[in-house]
Design a protein around this ligand. Sequence first.
Ligand code: SER
Length: 317
Amino acid sequence: MKKVLITGALGQIGTELVPFLREKYGTENVVASGHREKDVYTEVAENGPFELLDITDRERLAEVIDMHRIDTVYHLASLLSATGEEDPQALWAVNMDGLNNVLEAARSYNCAIFFPSSIAVFGPDSPKDKTPQDTIMRPTSIYGVSKVSGELLCDYYHSKYGLDIRGLRYPGVISSAALPGGGTTDYAVHIFYDAIKHGRYTCFLEENSSIDMIYMPDVLKGALNLMEADSEKLKHRNAFNVSAITVTPKKLAAEIKKHIPGFEIDYDIDPVRQAIADSWPNSLDDSAARREWGWQPQYDLAEMTKDMLKVLGERLK
Ligand code: SER
């Protein structure tokens, strides 16, 4: 039986990955961790094993891995793209020192690692449409720089030390349980809250900014399927492009309008996040993931929108 540690367990993905993996491996075998005192009083912490853990504290990380006999780490702790531009040093400390600590601990305790990367690894020189798996990268945001460096470091630890490290390049993640914190793609979540609560939304990206998205059930399935994939079949292993929905604010608003006919969108552009969005791909080519380990997303734009409005509508009643 696996013994899993999830870092950043109270973030947008962690909040749903923890119960998903507890269901699969048993509650006692999935240790959640977060770095804020208040994390202790969350459902994720109260429903199973939980450790207070600041990912920049290497000794504490080793202690937690040792104490729980961890063999697999889902390393989700990370700052996102917009927050990163406000404080690049803080982003570097969490994203790079944090990853370095996880890799070193994994080396000592022989753990497998899941490392989520991002579309942010691409930059203005990358092909814009159906951006290939292997292509020019050179990101311009500090978040993208940290993710592409992270991908390379993961590959290095695999080739030098033989560690089993796998990862996906997630596009924008849409979900209903926890809000994203400080990303460029956050509009695609906020729009649902404001549509339900106020019938209107003011978007910080231009109406035709195209960025790929993925709905949470596909995020969770993707991570698990990759970690359970036959290692022999993985040519890339780490940093797989995955995608499900290619969308712009305008298209997403039109889809929401099918369910809430009075819904209105207007625009108040944030130049920082717009510049980041402009440097990212319009859409991704995820054929390597499909070929090597059977990636097959379930939710398209219509299905995701229907489900988000249903689930959030119930919750925000
Ligand atoms: N959702 C992230 C962001 O916008 C991209 O990985 O920063």
